[in-house]
Design a protein around this ligand. Structure first.
Ligand code: GLN
Ligand code: ZN
Length: 773
């Protein structure tokens, strides 16, 4: 029986790689220094896994920015707008230009589109394919990392995103062709690549085909079958692991069982029911990798249950054909629980029930030990201890809150009654009467640049080095400046800037019962950005008003409306590590009630526009379409719970970003927010295509400024985007805003961009007036 992992976190246990990348981008360290930092992280990861007793340790799971961008680079999928700088930029700079854009010394290029990796909060860069696409191999990274590990005595299992998932995750940039057809010229390049790995000494290779989970039509089935048969069949000397995750692949079990394949990996956390199908079907020469340790959540493994699963698989396949594994790459969990001292924010009882990446690989070793013929006493006592803690947990008083449960029950019965008072068009008139906004109103998404000074002061307040009074004054000063700044730039609907917030979920979680916080539980979100998701362990309720004082203060500084800013229930759920002892929709409903209380308090405090952000709304969508309705129904319902009961004159906004929205427009319409701001600029307003089919009835601000890139868009460019938008949306419904919050940007670049943005709104108004005259 072997153990394996499919991938390991890579930002560094203390975010070493993040820091190195950011220094490199600022020109403060050299390429050599950056590469050394990368190498250090790789060696640490391999060594840790080796020491924990993992048998198949991955390589090429490392990345300086994103593993899909790495594949693009490796396979020569470098769009022309970047390729033309090949001679002027070093390889790594060209790679970073694809990831984050480049605006420097007469080079000005926008980055690749970025979107969420399946239903996670990890973002990947979207490959662009053309009809005349060609591929060419640059194997240096993957072969180099394999050799590097070999030199330190570890023979790894290189990981590659499979050819069909690679194509499926991308999009066509020219019309009238299907990118899947490119497989015929892509496959030979994969074969060439694997040949190089074989020459370097690789004997195990992992091919990730997560898109197999959504393979339904015959054309795709046929394509998967022929492609993978040829790929695996070309290398009789290599043992392939075909990795699937995040959903069941039982519908293609017949196809998989016919492949010349050594190991099929199954995610038994997302889809435990698929095991039986495979146990009945796998041929004698195929092993099954049991993804039983949750690679996406921080709770300890239920060792007893896992042993049951292992036992069942062993009885059917024999020990030699069973591999133990996390459900997916451990990229989605933090490094090490030992970095938590359990004092602040993380009650010891909660910590006791948790496991991060390091603990998860230990769990694999324990499970392997326990399923052997004579388990060690150490492993047995760990099994007993886990069981004892689990049973005690269920009896702990801080988990359940009867009052919250009763309230949610009541609202669940009201289902039909959480909609706004009047229909949108009537609300619009009442709101406009009060707000008197111009055509193409301009606004911001929420956060404004968080400078080092802001972060330092917040840190020093949390470490008790700055008094509350001093901190409060500092934040108020930031807000004052932010309001002036926006007034000078001519913004119509202002924001206070969110300077008091470390993170939009953590900030609310801190004021809610049932939430715990780690000190070091960082998880990569995109590139060098990491998030620290809160842990929801018990029933949720609000401790008291969260944003009311600050909103009231900000509004007192100006005659223009200042938005009250809240994070929505689905996003709070989605960006936390959630308890697994009750359905997610119950937890979301409890959070929705807490946000609802906050919305009403803001309204009472005289705030006339309230934004409830739902950037993670799409992310919770199940991969399988047959499960969409159920999710969308409760997710929309939770948003409606948050905003119900407000007056018609109160304008409710929401915001969404960095996902494919086209297929959930009806649900977005059902949320009935008066205004939605939505990211669109990286995809050149492609989103709005969906509106040719379904009319969006309320107001909408399609983002015109890509805030994930340091480049400053020009006024003309933004007007082009607005013109494109006005083809799909009546101008009276259009707002002008950036794609997302500006927290990660600097003040200078932001000022230029926002100046261009308000200028573009003015130009649009002139054009419309002109047309009307
Ligand atoms: N209001 C938030 C901000 O501006 C929204 C962030 C997000 O969508 N991720 O920071
Ligand atoms: Zn956003």
């Amino acid at each position: 029986m072997l153990t394996q992992t499919l991938g390991f976190p890579r930002i560094g246990a203390n975010r070493e790689l993040k820091k190195a990348c950011e220094l490199y981008w600022k020109g403060k360290i050299s390429q050599d220094e950056l590469e050394l930092a990368g190498k250090n992280e790789r060696i640490k990861n391999w060594t840790i896994q080796k020491d924990a007793g993992i048998d198949l340790i991955p390589s090429n799971d490392f990345s300086y920015y994103d593993q899909v961008a790495d594949m693009m680079f490796m396979l020569g999928v470098v769009p022309e707008r970047f390729r033309k700088f090949e001679n002027r930029l070093s390889k790594i700079d060209l790679y970073f230009a694809m990831c984050r854009g480049y605006q420097h010394e007469n080079i000005d290029v926008t980055p690749l589109e970025m979107t969420k990796w399946f239903n996670t909060n990890y973002h990947y860069l979207v490959p662009e394919f053309e009809k005349k696409q060609s591929f060419s191999l640059s194997p240096e990274k993957v072969v180099g990392e394999f050799r590097e590990a070999l030199q330190s005595g570890i023979k790894t299992k290189p990981v590659l995103l499979g050819p069909l998932s690679f194509l499926k995750l991308g999009k066509e940039k020219t019309e009238n062709f299907n990118r899947l057809e490119l497989i015929h010229i892509l496959l030979p390049v994969y074969i060439e690549l694997i040949g190089k790995l074989e020459n370097a000494g690789a004997t195990w290779i992992q091919i990730d085909e997560p898109c197999l989970t959504t393979c339904t039509n015959d054309y795709e089935r046929q394509l998967y079958r022929s492609t993978l048969t040829e790929l695996f069949g070309s290398f009789p000397g290599i043992r392939f692991v075909l990795a699937t995750y995040f959903e069941s692949v039982s519908k293609v079990a017949d196809l998989i069982s016919l492949l010349p394949l050594e190991v099929i990996h199954l995610d038994l956390v997302s889809a435990p029911e698929q095991l039986d199908v495979f146990l009945d079907m796998v041929p004698d020469n195929m092993s099954v990798s049991l993804g039983i340790v949750d690679g996406r959540n921080v709770w300890k493994n239920n060792l007893e249950d896992s042993l049951g699963v292992i036992k069942k698989a062993v009885s059917r396949l024999g020990r030699d054909r069973v591999i133990l594994s996390p459900s997916c790459s451990l990229l989605h969990v933090p490094y090490d629980l030992k970095n938590e001292d359990g004092r602040e924010g993380l009650p010891i009882k909660v910590k006791e029930r948790m496991a991060f990446a390091f603990q998860k690989i230990e769990e694999l070793a324990i499970l392997k030990d326990l399923s052997g013929i004579s388990p060690t006493t150490g492993a047995v006592s760990k099994l007993e201890r886990e069981k004892r803690e689990r049973e005690n947990w269920e009896k702990l008083p801080f988990v359940a809150d009867e009052q919250v449960r009763k309230r949610l029950d009541e609202i669940n019965h009201l289902k039909h009654n959480v909609s706004r008072g009047l229909p949108f068009e009537q609300r619009r008139a009442i709101q406009q009467e009060k707000l008197q906004l111009p055509l193409f109103p301009t606004t911001m998404i929420g956060s404004l640049p968080q400078t080092a000074e802001v972060r330092k002061t917040r840190c020093s307040f949390f470490n008790n080095k700055t008094s509350w009074e001093e901190y409060d004054n500092f934040i108020k000063e930031c807000i004052r400046k932010a309001i002036r700044w926006q007034e000078e730039l001519g913004i119509d609907v202002l924001v206070h800037g969110e300077f008091e917030r470390n993170d939009m979920v953590e900030f609310f979680g801190e004021q809610l019962n049932g939430f715990a916080f780690t000190q070091n539980g960082w998880v990569q979100s995109y590139g060098s950005r990491a998030v620290k998701p809160p842990v929801i362990y018990g029933d949720v309720s609000r401790k008291g008003p969260v944003t009311v004082d600050i909103a009231r203060y900000a509004q007192s500084l100006t005659d223009k409306p200042v938005k009250g800013m809240l994070t929505g229930p689905v996003t709070i759920l989605q960006w936390s590590f959630v308890r697994t002892d009750q359905p997610r929709k119950e937890t979301a409903g409890q959070i929705a009630l807490a946000i609802h209380d906050e919305v009403l308090d803001l309204e009472k405090a005289g705030i006339s526009i309230i934004q409830i952000d739902e950037p993670a709304f799409r992310e919770g969508l199940p991969l399988k379409q047959e499960k969409w309705d159920e999710y969308l129904t409760w997710a929309v319902f939770c948003f409606m719970i948050s905003s119900y009961g407000v007056k018609n004159e109160t304008q409710i906004h929401t915001h969404m970003c960095y996902a494919e929205f086209n297929d959930i427009i009806p649900a977005i319409i059902a949320m009935d927010a008066d205004v939605i701001s939505i990211e669109t600029s990286r995809s050149q307003m492609e989103l709005l295509n969906a509106f040719t089919r379904v009319r969006y009835p309320n107001q909408i601000g399609p983002g015109v400024y890509d805030i994930h890139s340091p480049r400053v868009p020009g006024t003309g460019e933004m007007c082009d985007l607005l013109f494109a938008a006005s083809r799909y949306i009546p101008v009276k419904n259009l707002w002008v805003n950036p794609d997302c919050g500006l927290k990660t940007r600097g003040w200078d670049e932001t000022r230029s961009a926002i100046k261009n943005m308000t200028e573009s709104a003015k130009r649009m108004r002139d054009v419309i007036l002109h047309a009307e005259n």
